[in-house]
Design a protein around this ligand. Structure first.
Ligand code: UTP
Length: 313
């Protein structure tokens, strides 16, 4: 759903692109989450709590607040708790009404958001590119958003980044927009890194991407950061990607092909206030949990005090 036709401005010769509306988002959540074992042996990493909510709830609420209205979760075996979480539970609601717990009822309001949830399975975990390909018939011929289910953007998911990316997609007639964040130079080997052709403010024209480069080979320290907007062209390009040495089909390779074909691929730099919280490994999961818990209006101050005691300050 979404998209729009190119028209001509009546008063001048310039072509203009009316504002694009994108309603569909694909959220891949099928990965094994091996870096978080044993916590993820029988539960999805995307359902691990960060302060009061599971990670994937922040992602869905962020997408809703950015105008997305249909979310496809690409799931796998052992991920049914995600579906249960977004399902309305009338029995639980009745219990909370009966026992007069309005604040807890309110905490369940997210399941009433004006969003339609869809689920499909990635039969074999063959990488992020393959997971996105599972959403081909959901997206149809329309542009769509991809949001990784294990990353939150902004404290408490408060971010309008995706809405800005969607707008840019329309005004720049792009084939893809990727979010990027600056990472310390010595960490570039963990990320897909952007080779920038030119930069205008926070918007970067991407010449190419390099997957997990060495410090010496990295063309920048701008790492791809969990949010994308794609033209449906991406599906054909994913189909052309050969599996890597681990048998995974990398989304980065498909975006590289877009660049090689000379299509317009842009990157948007995350501002500090909307930084990415990646919970895919223990150090950043711990940090994220702490930061969100410290921001909890009810229990944050108490936790801060306890931390001070623990740290002996
Ligand atoms: P990761 O690259 O972190 O992979 O996935 P992973 O398998 O989940 O984690 P590790 O490396 O084993 O610890 C980024 C996002 O893409 C999804 C994941 O669920 C996560 O939200 N993903 C990854 C899939 O949906 N399918 C895949 O085949 C791989």
């Amino acid at each position: 759903m979404g998209g729009s036709a190119v028209r001509h401005c009546g008063r001048c010769a310039r072509r203009w692109y009316p504002q694009i509306v994108i309603l569909n988002a694909i959220v891949p959540v099928a990965g094994f989450g091996t870096r978080l074992l044993p916590a993820t042996k029988s539960q999805p990493k995307e359902m691990l709590p960060v302060a009061r909510k599971p990670i994937v709830q922040y992602v869905a609420e962020e997408l809703f607040s950015n105008g997305l209205r249909q979310i496809l979760f690409v799931t796998g075996r052992g991920k049914s708790s995600i579906e249960n979480h977004f399902d309305h539970d009338p029995e639980l609601s009745r219990l909370l009404e009966r026992t007069n717990k309005p604040e807890l009822l309110e905490a369940l309001n997210f399941s009433e958001l004006d969003v339609k949830y869809f689920y499909t399975r990635q039969p074999v975990q063959k990488g992020l590119g393959d997971a996105i390909l599972c959403g081909e018939s959901f997206a149809g011929q329309n542009p769509f958003v991809v949001a990784l289910g294990d990353s939150i953007i902004g404290l408490n998911g408060q971010s309008q980044l995706v809405a800005r990316m969607v707008k840019l997609y329309g005004t720049h007639h792009a084939a893809a927009i990727v979010a990027v964040e600056e990472v310390p130079r010595e960490e570039v080997r963990h990320y897909g890194i952007v080779d920038p052709a030119s930069m205008e403010g926070d918007v970067i024209r991407v010449a190419n991407l390099v997957e997990k480069p060495s410090v010496d080979d990295a063309p920048s320290n701008l790492a791809i950061a969990a949010r994308y907007v794609f033209s449906p062209l991406i599906f054909d390009l994913i189909k052309q990607v050969e599996p890597d040495h681990r048998g995974e089909i990398q989304l980065t390779n498909a975006i590289q092909r877009m660049c090689e074909e000379g299509r317009r691929v842009l990157a948007v730099k995350l501002p500090t206030a909307e930084r990415r919280f990646d919970i895919g490994n223990f150090p950043s999961y711990y940090e994220t949990f702490l930061e969100f818990a410290l921001a909890d209006p009810d229990h944050g101050p108490e936790l801060r005090e306890r931390l001070r005691q623990l740290l002996g300050d």
